[in-house]
Design a protein around this ligand. Structure first.
Ligand code: NDP
Length: 475
């Protein structure tokens, strides 16, 4: 049992000023695995004050000091590897291989990449003989969701630290333990007092408190569009800047000359990895009408490569994070059937033999029309839609006919067509075939997928203000 009843404020673990606690459930066993304290507005105020007090000195630390700090964090993170993997598997239900190769790996890369990006980063530059300086934005409030317990919080903290911005962070109640390990890491490597503060608690109290706090200068949020909107509204009261990383309904365009099996494997992998609880997952697969039958056959053929089951075992798909998420996914599968889409594989209910745990069946709908609810709304589970098209222009039009714009994927051979589709998709990140991710490249969305960019130097820019000084002495 992991009982974490304290918050981390001003370099110390402190008691909560309230008595409320929340149990954390392992979604694979439905058993309680620990408890956290739910912070109060008073706890939050103390954390914000600590961050404000840290600002004058933390924002003036040298680039070299911050690089060293980020490198030390990355090294200590590596020392805690096994524990991080085990914790994410327990709290999120993510299979061990995914906890290691996706979750652990992403957290590590954000800290080491921030150090790397900082090395070449210029906080002062010349513009037409005048000087442009980049200053820390002030105190940052970070609100993160449950689907990537180390990725989102790590990219935000790494960028804030690189920019010299003290932080107040609130992870999701469903998966709070990975953030506690991160806090222990910052404590161990000697992050200056007040530069990092962690207040556990509910979105409605601590999350809302962060977005409306008069002494928080910048809010970075990852989560649902509905909460993103509230955060923007709250921040607008004091004209505070926000970065929002919201949902997606990304297209995967299969071109006529694509390797059908490779594309089908990628399509299934998008809904299998992290049980499809991924904002950038491709959940609309656009297939040429002429390839419909062969693509459907390929999907059925590759599906057994992604077994569902105990995350402690050798499986690829674990449970969904909660009963609530399981119910949401079930209702979308029902909705798809009501709307007239055809179930190619999967459906409602739990996979055979998995009665305990929030497991859902990997589900692929075919004969989907892009106007259907299942093609327009983010389901956040192992569910995808096959949509047919006749021309590349039509594929582009369908790709963009959605309120989101987080990511896009294209499979094919002809370079001109690949380039045309990739450059026409209105999204913040487009991946051609199986191109490798790069942590220096920016991540973020167009349209209702968000505002701002994370990762690498683009991520650092979010935590900076720009000051022009005309006539600055040439020192
Ligand atoms: P939320 O947007 O509610 O939660 C994300 C974070 O915001 C959590 O830390 C949550 O706290 C916090 N929060 C909740 N309410 C507020 C508020 N009023 N002010 C400030 N912060 C708040 O997502 P859900 O967990 O409810 O998931 C619902 C859907 O959102 C998913 O099905 C998916 O479609 C989408 N989503 C998208 C993500 C992405 O990566 N873009 C990530 C997660 C979800 P707490 O939960 O602790 O109360």
């Amino acid at each position: 049992m992991r009982n974490y009843l304290k918050h981390y404020i001003n370099g110390e673990w402190v008691e909560s000023t309230g008595n409320e606690t929340e149990d954390v459930i392992n979604p694979a066993t439905e058993e309680v695995i620990g408890t956290i304290s739910l912070g109060t507005k008073e706890d939050l105020d103390k954390a914000v004050q600590a961050a404000r007090d840290a600002f004058p000195s933390f924002s003036q630390t040298s680039k070299e000091e911050r690089i060293k700090m980020l490198e030390n964090i990355a090294a200590e993170y590596e020392n805690r590897k096994e524990e991080i993997i085990e914790t994410i598997t327990e709290e999120l239900g993510s299979p061990k291989s995914i906890s290691e190769n996706v979750h652990y790996m992403m957290g590590y890369n954000h800290f080491s990449q921030a150090a790397e990006s900082l090395r070449d980063f210029s906080f002062i530059e010349d513009r037409g003989g005048h000087t442009v300086m980049k200053d820390s934005v002030g105190v940052s409030g970070l609100i993160t969701p449950w689907n990537f317990p180390t990725n989102q919080i790590s990219t935000k903290i790494a960028s804030a630290f690189a920019a010299g911005s003290p932080v107040v962070a609130k992870p999701a109640e469903l998966t709070p333990f990975a953030a506690i390990i991160l806090t222990e890491i910052f404590d161990k490597v000697g992050v200056p007092k007040g530069a990092f503060n962690l207040v556990n608690g509910s979105g409605s109290v601590i999350g809302d408190g962060i977005s409306s706090h008069p002494d928080i200068d910048f809010v970075s949020f990852t989560g649902s569009g509905a909460v993103g909107q509230k955060i923007m509204q709250n921040a607008s009261e004091r004209i505070a800047n926000v970065a929002l990383e919201l949902g997606g309904k990304s297209p995967l365009v299969v071109l006529e000359d694509a390797d059908v099996e490779k594309a089908a494997r990628a399509a299934v992998s998008h809904i299998a990895t992290n049980s499809g609880q991924v904002c950038s997952a491709a959940t609309r697969v656009l297939v040429p009408s002429s390839m419909k039958d062969s693509f459907e056959e390929a999907v059925k053929k590759v599906l057994p490569e992604f077994p569902v089951g105990d995350p402690q075992g050798d499986n690829h798909i674990g449970p969904l994070v909660s009963k609530k998420q399981w119910d949401t996914v079930q209702s979308y599968i029902e909705k798809g059937q009501e709307e007239g889409a055809t179930l190619l594989v999967g459906g409602t209910g739990k996979p055979e033999g998995l009665d305990k745990g929030y497991y859902a069946k990997p589900t692929v709908f075919t004969d989907v029309n892009n106007d259907m609810v299942i093609a327009q709304e983010e389901i956040f589970g192992p569910v995808t839609c096959l949509i047919t098209y006749d021309t590349v222009e039509e594929a582009i039009e369908i790709s963009n006919d959605v309120k989101y714009g987080l990511a896009g994927y294209v499979f094919g051979e002809d370079e001109q067509t690949l380039a045309k589709v990739a450059s026409s998709i209105r999204a913040g990140r487009v991946k051609i075939n199986d191109a490798e991710a790069d942590f220096a490249a920016p991540f973020g969305g167009y349209k209702q997928s968000g505002i701002g960019r994370e990762w690498g130097d683009y991520g650092i820019e979010e935590y900076l203000e720009v000051k022009t000084v005309l006539g600055y002495p040439k020192l």
